[in-house]
Design a protein around this ligand. Sequence first.
Ligand code: KIV
Ligand code: NA
Length: 264
Amino acid sequence: VKHVRIRHLQEAKRVRERFVMLTAYEQYAAEIFDQAGIDVLLVGDSASNNVYGHKNSIPVTLDQLIPLCAAVTRSVQRPLVVADLPFGSFEVSTSQAVESSVRLMKEGLAHAVKMESTKHFAPHVSALTNAGIPVMAHIGFTAQREHQLGGYRVQGRGDDAKRLMEDALALQEAGAFCLLMEMIPEDVATGIDAAVDIPTIGIGAGASTTGQVLVWQDMAGLGSGKPFTFVKQYANLREDLTKAAQAFAKEVRQGAFPTLDHTF
Ligand code: KIV
Ligand code: NA
């Protein structure tokens, strides 16, 4: 596959193959993930708390995400690049959703957008789909609603599972090409995956989804603080980078760098 298209993700669901998504916000990470065979890159609104230094995803703006997205798309060949619609960029009306998504595609060079949604946003998903914009719906825990949901909490436990199933079916019906599920009990995610025809992506939603996504800095151990239960760290970049910076500082202070090797 030369370029990953939404039809390839749909095909993966049909033949029960898995695909892989990571966030990316700039050139080198994007380039490396492309070369590593990652299928989908998400320019998440998690740039808010992984690039811009905020505590959560609420403050990041469309104007801040667009240049990051363009940088990612310009840096890759194969992956599908999906951009998040940040908080406040789509809720007001279906027109606002279309206008913001057009900017993410035209200026941000995104191939598709992702919207934190409930069944009440089916009209927005439908408006985007009618405008020719592929939309990935994101349900379950949605960080833009942190204050409404009362913090980072698993969604869809017990009777609440019915609500998520309704969201999933309504968003598929509205035209979403894919469904991302975050922090949902595995049995609930399995039920939803079986009930929809579109591919699913999980983060903290167990192993039955078509794809899996993680925030790259979490996956690579770059962040500070204790990782979420659903994160696996495949590297310890924070430690590696700390050691590199310390070694550089030490050699400069000792006069050990630069040597003649690095001098004109
Ligand atoms: O912005 C983001 O990183 C996300 C993932 C948690 C899926 O939405
Ligand atoms: Na997000």
